[in-house]
Design a protein around this ligand. Structure first.
Ligand code: NAD
Length: 344
């Protein structure tokens, strides 16, 4: 594998390969940019087929964190760690302690947290070896699950988008299609319901849909149908790459605004959405509520300052929408341009 030649290598500052034969740890820590501060981003555990795929994911995710953290106005840069291994079968306290030691050797240039395949409980073992970890459970001085903060950010982001696109001040009376009712999607659905929105929902777990129907009067459709929902807003809160050449022609909404990471299958989908008259709230701008909370926890900032900062996502999106309109470009491109000026 040639790291520097990988298409996703984008001038990353540092890439560290950490291994520990006793615990079986094989991890890659990618630090993309520390101009705004130490690199922060979660640790993913995944059964990558080989180390090139793992390195590509680490590079891509680390770069994404630089953009996300810069747009959230946080005093941190972007980085990410990946552990090569099956999270269902290969976890052990020793594995996470070994990761903690590797992170500690970086002297604070990289701060980790939970991500796909890891949990606050795993971070407890990381914490035994290093203080450069956030997203801990309450009993360790952490602030617990960041998902409600993410959901709040997405909610105010949807309000900003409908204000811009539809000229309305709230979601009251609008229809929102929510794809995925997990940690973020369910809390978002609750907020939308309380604000007077009609809901169309889908989840591969039927029980989640049934609960939303009972609690919020949501109409439940199958996971295959949610993209076609007749709604004002489509809120992807499940998977990445949901906006692609196949789904784009099926969208009936005028706004796409949701929590899922990497919603655009390819960069040009941003332009295609614009051409189709759909206002897209760039994923890494609207879904930054969780990292805002985790960062505040790490910096030991007052908990009550978090909500205001999450609500400020609305103003950041306004800036993105206005720039896109003024320059005649996709919102995804406007966000990337604004982010680059903030971490250059
Ligand atoms: P989660 O795993 O708790 O929830 C995802 C939900 O989507 C689950 O209920 C799952 O059954 C459902 N789902 C999966 N595939 C589906 C499909 N094809 N159709 C419909 N539903 C499907 O995850 P989460 O923490 O709620 O995160 C949701 C998304 O938001 C992810 O893309 C995540 O990366 C992103 N995100 C989350 C946070 C956070 O704070 N949790 C922060 C930023 C971004």
């Amino acid at each position: 594998m040639s790291i520097f030649e990988l298409p996703d290598f984008d001038g990353h500052e540092q890439v560290v390969f950490a291994s520990d034969s006793q615990s079986g740890l094989k991890a890659i820590i990618a630090i993309h940019n520390t101009h705004r501060g130490p690199a922060m981003g979660g640790c993913r555990m995944w059964a990558y087929p080989d180390s090139t795929v793992a390195a590509t994911d680490a590079l891509r995710l680390a770069r994404g964190m630089t953009y996300k953290n810069a747009m959230a106005g946080l005093p941190i840069g972007g980085g990410k760690a990946v552990i090569i291994g099956d999270a269902r079968t290969s976890k052990s306290p020793e594995l996470f302690r070994a990761l903690g030691r590797a992170i500690d050797q970086l002297g604070g240039r990289y701060i980790t947290a939970e991500d796909v395949g890891t949990s606050p409980a795993d971070m407890t073992f990381v914490r035994e070896q290093t203080r450069y970890v956030a997203g801990l459970s309450g009993d360790l001085g952490g602030t617990g699950d960041p998902s409600p903060a993410t959901a709040l950010g997405v909610f105010v982001g949807i309000e900003a988008a409908v204000r811009h696109r539809l000229g309305v001040d709230s979601v009251n009376g609008l229809t929102v299609a929510v794809q995925g009712l997990g940690h973020v999607g369910y809390d978002l659905a609750r907020r939308l319901h309380e604000a007077g929105a009609r809901l169309i929902v889908a989840d591969i777990d039927r029980a989640n849909g049934e609960r939303a129907a009972a609690e919020f009067g949501a109409s439940v459709v199958s996971p295959d149908e949610i993209v076609d929902a007749q709604a004002d807003v489509f809120a992807p809160c499940a998977l990445g790459a949901v906006l692609n050449r196949q789904t784009l022609p099926r969208l009936k909404c005028s706004v796409v605004a949701g929590a899922a990471n990497n919603q655009l299958a390819t960069d040009d989908i941003g332009e295609m959405l614009r051409d189709a008259g759909v206002l897209y709230a760039p994923d890494y701008v609207i879904n930054a509520g969780g990292i805002i909370k985790v960062c505040a926890e790490y910096l030991q900032e007052p908990v009550d300052s978090v909500e205001d900062r999450v609500r400020a996502i609305s103003g950041t999106l306004d800036e993105v929408f206005q720039m896109a309109e003024r320059d005649g470009i996709a919102t995804s491109r406007a966000a990337d341009t604004l982010a680059r000026t903030r971490f250059a």
